[in-house]
Design a protein around this ligand. Structure first.
Ligand code: OTU
Length: 645
């Protein structure tokens, strides 16, 4: 440990010992991690003559959080420290849901647990449930109090009880931590509005437009339609405040160490409620710098590293999920580097690259861009894991690299235009029923809203009363899920998709939602529709039961664990996507047909996979033996096979 860090820590430890606030476990963890925290603070907050005081405050927060952690959670800490990559096996399958839209409130959610368990879900992502403004709250992503639950949904005690109940069933709970901004109703924002300069310094506030204008030269806009510009004038303060997302979401100023310490305290508070995974929302935006896009800056990574080191001291059982929906090369950077099997940033990242490229592949019916991209982006460190998904509550941004599109033989701009037109059903042969979100007409760019089922063709097929197309849409939905369930990483389903829920256009009649069409894919759960999962021949039955089967099969397939063992497989056919999953003696080749016509894979595949030629090869999903006739095996349109022996 460097001499300064050591002196400071010795001093802090001495005082803590006098107060009887130290256990040997905590002391060991502080000794192991304090130097890193010290270094990150020095890099983030150089030249501050009060830096040591802040470091001391930081350690106080760590000690207090540790002390208020329950003994059950402390033993979970010890257990997971022994098995650092505990989340990389093949057992987990998550579902993300809005508690209110899914079940009314936290009590209602308890009643719906059997439904989730029936499907095989063992990890719940409760979408934002912290206190937020009543009307304009960005689906809860504008937090007014990090320690209180929205009263209509329940209480913090109910959350910790739920966490305990889930743990008793070997299930996990995940919550959002919206750390880039607070709502303008948060106590800090209220105090800032009232003129308190301490709290004005918690945000990026400016007396005039000089610096904001300078920022605007390079800052992109996240919600240009609903919230143009990146600054909002606050009449109460008579100042401009940075609001990169909506005007009521005030960006926190992390160049102020007090903000970091307060937010870290809130993070540890949530983790002490028994939260296993904290989803760090919009973390790429945490540090701002004029002359840059203020995304993915080195300091943002340092902030995450510092937060992670703090977790390692006070709550090592809790892991981080990065919500960095950024360029493929940038996403993997949020995994940081892994030392002693533990990441120094995020343990999990959303696999936005795979998600976007699956929609691209479904639209083009070929694997070219997916193939080029996956072969040209850096891998992630072993010991970390992807969070794989097909749909979520947000829009789909067509964020592939332009160079990858060129390498795949497309002009990036016109390809994007094609995808937008295809996914919004503007092309007459398209099956998709999405809508553009935040369209930039000048650039010809847009993001896409729409539910999985509507984007995959179910809405169109049902409205046209076309059973053949309904069947194909169901196959597409199952195939996309079949990919994320076998790819390597934790699969996360989006509530409603297990029944093929269509777009919900009722948001248009709600003034607090109508300007944001992401609400079209955030419907209330229709429990009557859910009953149809029990009726054969309905598409709800086919999707739900098909998914359930795949989830069960995944749980029995150790090779589906994420141990750096996903290998892309060249089938010499651009309509087929294939990858192999191998772990010790367990082997599966996942092959799927992106085309609406049958495609053939060659009989060489059993040899490439080194299957035993004397034994039959079969599909794990259907259980059927696979016969390679006349040199090949035909895959039906949108068929997925988990080929094994
Ligand atoms: C996140 O997403 C949340 O998932 C959104 O629901 C929120 O609106 C937003 O943050 C603000 O809290 O802009 O359209 O990668 O794309 O972080 C989604 C950058 C979003 C953003 C992403 C953000």
């Amino acid at each position: 440990m460097n001499i300064n860090a050591k002196n400071l820590l010795d001093e802090i430890l001495k005082r803590a010992k006098q107060k009887g606030a130290l256990t040997s476990e905590l002391e060991d963890r502080l000794k192991a991690n304090f130097e890193d925290i010290f270094i990150y603070f020095h890099r983030l907050y150089p030249y501050r003559n009060d830096l040591w005081e802040h470091l001391e405050d930081m350690v106080k927060v760590l000690i207090n959080s540790y002390q208020s952690r329950s003994s059950k959670l402390r033993s979970l800490d010890a257990h997971r420290e022994q098995n650092p990559s505990w989340f990389t096996d093949n057992s987990l399958v998550g579902m993300m849901l809005y508690v209110d839209r899914f079940a009314g409130d936290l009590k209602g959610l308890q009643d719906k647990m059997p439904y989730l368990e029936e499907l095989g879900i063992n990890m719940l992502h409760l979408m934002p449930i912290l206190k937020c403004p009543e009307d304009h709250n960005d689906g809860g992503y504008a937090v007014s109090d990090y320690r209180k639950i929205n009263p209509e949904i329940g209480t913090m005690d109910e959350v910790s009880t739920l966490a305990e109940q889930l743990h008793n069933k070997d299930m996990l709970i995940m919550m959002d931590f919206v750390l880039n901004h607070t709502s303008d109703e948060h106590e800090w924002a209220q105090k800032a509005k009232a003129g308190d300069t301490k709290y004005q310094a918690y945000y990026h506030t400016f007396d005039d437009r000089a610096v904001p204008d300078w920022y605007e030269e390079t800052l992109p806009q996240v919600f240009p339609d609903t919230s143009p510009g990146n600054f909002t004038h606050s009449p109460e303060m008579n100042k401009w405040v940075m609001t990169v997302f909506n005007s009521y979401q005030w960006d926190l100023n992390y160049s102020n160490p007090e903000v970091f310490i307060e937010m870290c305290d809130a993070l540890l508070f949530l983790s002490n409620q028994g939260i296993d995974i904290l989803r760090l929302d919009a973390l790429a935006f945490m540090w701002k710098k004029t002359g840059t896009t203020s995304q993915n800056l080195e300091e943002a990574h340092l902030l995450i590293k510092a937060l992670k080191s703090c977790m390692k001291v006070s709550a090592p059982a809790t892991i981080f999920l990065a919500e960095a929906i950024v360029a493929p090369d940038e996403i993997v950077k949020y995994f940081g580097s892994v030392k002693n099997e533990v990441s120094d940033e995020c343990d999990l990242c959303y696999n936005a690259t795979l998600m976007v490229l699956l929609w691209e592949a479904i639209s083009t019916k070929n694997n070219k861009l997916l193939w080029v991209t996956l072969n040209n982006i850096p891998g992630k460190p072993i010991g970390t894991s992807w969070l794989n998904y097909v749909r979520c509550h947000d829009d789909i941004g067509l964020g592939y690299e332009d160079d990858h599109a060129r390498m795949a033989g497309s002009d990036p701009k016109s390809h994007r235009r094609f995808l937008i037109d295809f996914l919004t059903g503007k092309i007459d042969w398209s099956f998709a029923r999405g809508r553009t979100f935040m369209e930039d007409k000048a650039k010809g760019d847009a993001r896409i809203s729409g539910s999985l089922a509507s984007l995959a063709g179910l809405e169109k097929a049902l409205s046209e009363n076309d059973p053949e197309q309904v069947d194909l849409a169901v196959k597409k939905i199952l195939m996309l899920h079949g990919i994320v369930l076998s790819y390597g990483g934790i699969p996360m389903l989006y509530a409603g998709d297990e029944l093929g829920t269509l777009n919900d256009y009722s948001f248009e009649n709600d003034p607090s939602k109508s300007a944001d069409n992401r609400w079209m894919h955030r419907p209330k759960m229709d429990w009557q529709l859910a009953e149809k999962r029990k009726t054969k021949r309905t598409h709800e039955y086919q999707i739900f039961q098909g998914l359930k089967k795949m989830i069960q099969t995944r749980a029995e397939s150790p090779e589906f664990a994420d141990k750096g063992n996903t290998y892309l497989f060249d089938c010499h056919n651009q309509h087929l996507l294939a990858f192999s999953r191998i772990l010790d003696n367990s082997k599966t080749l996942v092959v799927c047909n992106l085309n609406d016509h049958p495609e053939v894979i060659t009989d060489q595949i059993p040899n490439y996979m080194h299957f035993d030629p004397s034994k039959a090869v079969y599909d794990k999903i259907s259980g059927k033996n696979l016969n390679f006739k006349s040199g090949g095996l035909e895959l039906k349109p949108y068929e997925i096979l988990w080929i094994t022996q």
